[in-house]
Design a protein around this ligand. Structure first.
Ligand code: NAD
Length: 264
């Protein structure tokens, strides 16, 4: 079935390349008739994002570094001029110094703590406020989180704290915008091999562990995350807001590995 996004326009932030979760979501939305605008962080990523945007007929491609609030403002000024209003937002932006995505959380520096929180958490609040102002006919937004927010994952460290704050932001923003018929949700994805994912030390070990020990016994695909984003961003989910929805092959429900696994 296609066409769930017919007539809807929105912004996708966080495509770095064709392995990005944001790209998996964008492709699914485009397959269902959405018209998309993209942001990219710096010229090097811009060169990679351009052919992807071209492949789905998207011609609004805007530079944006969320550490630079003027570039954020410029994105929304351009969208307002080009489209007047938007229907959805995808925020798939995160960063932390990879030297601190290993070892102990206790050793996180003040500088990296603040930078991680600003890019990976506060940027969603700052962007959501601007996006909601353009959702004049109602709308829906989604951000990306990870189960390291409420359970301890090796090496995820300060990113886990940022994701916990991001998930809490989702709930507060859902309340702030709810009466304007603007919905705010998060997808908590299982591990995916991406640039950001590779920044976490021993990412491959964590990937394989979660693959073996999730109920479904595998990791998730970009298409599966895209399908959930489609549900949350379309009119299929008009009664859903403030949710953190796991797309992780069920890993979040597991308290300990299957006993067979422990015997090998
Ligand atoms: P990715 O590297 O493809 O995407 C991360 C994006 O963040 C990139 O496009 C990068 O340009 C952008 N970004 C970083 N700093 C920025 C800044 N200052 N300004 C603007 N953009 C900036 O990796 P991904 O795994 O697709 O990450 C997307 C989201 O999914 C992130 O929030 C990540 O935490 C989350 N996530 C990833 C996984 C995983 O295993 N890969 C699992 C769950 C959640």
């Amino acid at each position: 079935m296609t066409g769930f996004m017919a007539g809807k326009r929105g912004l996708v932030m966080g495509v770095a390349n064709d392995h990005s979760i944001a790209w998996g979501i964008a492709k699914t939305l485009a397959d269902h008739g959405a018209e998309l605008a993209f942001t990219y962080q710096g010229d090097a990523f811009g060169k990679r994002v351009k052919p992807l945007a071209d492949s789905i007929g998207a011609n609004l491609l805007l530079p944006c570094d969320v550490e630079d609030v003027e570039s954020v403002d410029q994105v929304f000024a351009t969208l307002k001029e080009a489209w007047g209003s938007i229907d959805f937002l995808v925020h798939a932006v995160a960063f932390s110094d990879k030297n601190e995505l290993k070892g102990r959380y206790a050793d996180t520096t003040r500088e990296n703590f603040v930078r991680t929180m600003v890019i990976s958490c506060f940027s969603f609040t700052e962007i959501a406020k601007r996006a909601a102002a353009l959702m004049t006919k109602g709308g829906s937004m989604v951000t990306l989180t990870y189960g390291g927010s409420n359970r301890v994952m090796p090496n995820y460290n300060v990113m886990g704290i940022a994701k916990a704050a991001l998930e809490s932001s989702v709930r507060y923003l859902a309340m702030d915008f709810g009466l304007d018929d603007v919905r705010v949700n998060a997808i908590s994805a299982g591990p995916v091999r991406t640039l950001a994912g590779a920044g976490v030390s021993d990412a491959r070990l964590m990937f394989n562990f979660q693959k073996r020990n999730s109920p479904l016994g595998r990791t998730v695909t970009l298409e599966e995350i895209g399908g959930t984003a489609l549900y949350l961003l379309s009119d299929l989910s008009t009664g859903v807001t403030g949710e953190v929805h796991f797309v992780d092959s069920g890993y979040s429900i597991v308290a300990m590995p299957r006993l067979d696994e422990l015997k090998t």
